[in-house]
Design a protein around this ligand. Sequence first.
Ligand code: UT7
Length: 353
Amino acid sequence: MKNATITGWGRCIPQPVVTNAELATVVDTSDEWITTRSGIKERHVSHVQNSDMATLAAKRALAAAGRKPEDLDYIVVATCTPDRQIPSTACYVQIKLGAMKAAASDINAGCTGFIYGLSMAQGLIATETAKTVLVIGSERITSYLNLDVRETAVLFGDGAGAVIVEATDEPVGVMSMILGADGGGAPSLTATGLGTEFIGTDADLAVIMDGSEVFKNAVVKMGECTVEATEKAGWTPEEIDLVVPHQANTRIIDAVRRRIRADDDKVYINIHKYGNTSAATIPIALSEALEEGRVAPGSKLIFVAFGAGFTWGGAAVKWGDRVTPINVIDDELPEPDMTGLEIMRARHLVFQS
Ligand code: UT7
């Protein structure tokens, strides 16, 4: 059976930034509350479509892998904020890349989406249905935020991350995969106003979350997934070189770190810069960790996430030989013509009118 290894990585962070202090001018909150309760200092807000961020992250990942769009057999986009319900965002990415040999589909597993997408890539490769798979986590979740709902308006940000996953006979890549879901958690983290259930109703668009319920479940499940993925890979916790966790709250991440008795430097954190970017979080964090030299040849990595559904997942990934990109491209998103705060306010007014 073929192994599935990550050979390319990239991210796309939209330029507009909203600091906590700026957000506090339109949301009933404070920098102090957001920082101490979540660890977030600022977030980026997209001025382009989700598929535009996803496509740029994908181009960077393809360059890093030294691959061309026509090498791709499958494109999976993990997102809960698609450009449209029909067709999938993955199909937009396919045409924007010109990856005409690739099949394409989306996955919605909330914040766990990237790990679900990675498991799909692993399965496609193991069964030799595909050799080269593009897995993207991409979210434009600030578009869903209701600035009157302060419990969630301050937590999320936009961005995209992508990886190229390739078949190999070497003993590297995805070494174990743990996945789970509990649909009973649906009321604790949901979005109103979008979907067929709301057609003909006057429900406001809003992300609704029972923060403490989600927090408690996230701590338990992310801790369990980390331990189970490690054991299933045949590793001990001491062998883990870096945990790249979903970034929803520094206190959740710290609980996961304590569960495996790891030092701070074994857990990657970038939530202060981006907030919770849902399915985009892990591939964004992975690409930054690589750039910062936090991943070495043969590193033992754990990806772990918890999200809406509830869903959860953990993956043990043994890194290959290469930790530097083969190629780098200089493509950028277009310059925004509004500030991040202006974009958030404009979206809010449209949805509430
Ligand atoms: O990625 C998907 C998974 N998502 C998560 O994992 C998120 C999990 N939950 C959390 O990270 C935390 O529960 C939050 C950061 C959302 C909230 O932190 P908390 O320590 O659980 O606070 P809380 O919900 O218990 O609220 C404490 C207080 C409340 O006021 P009272 O009732 O104590 O007077 C809230 O009304 O903080 C108030 N509050 C706020 N105050 C200022 C809630 N949101 C805000 C806000 N600004 N934005």
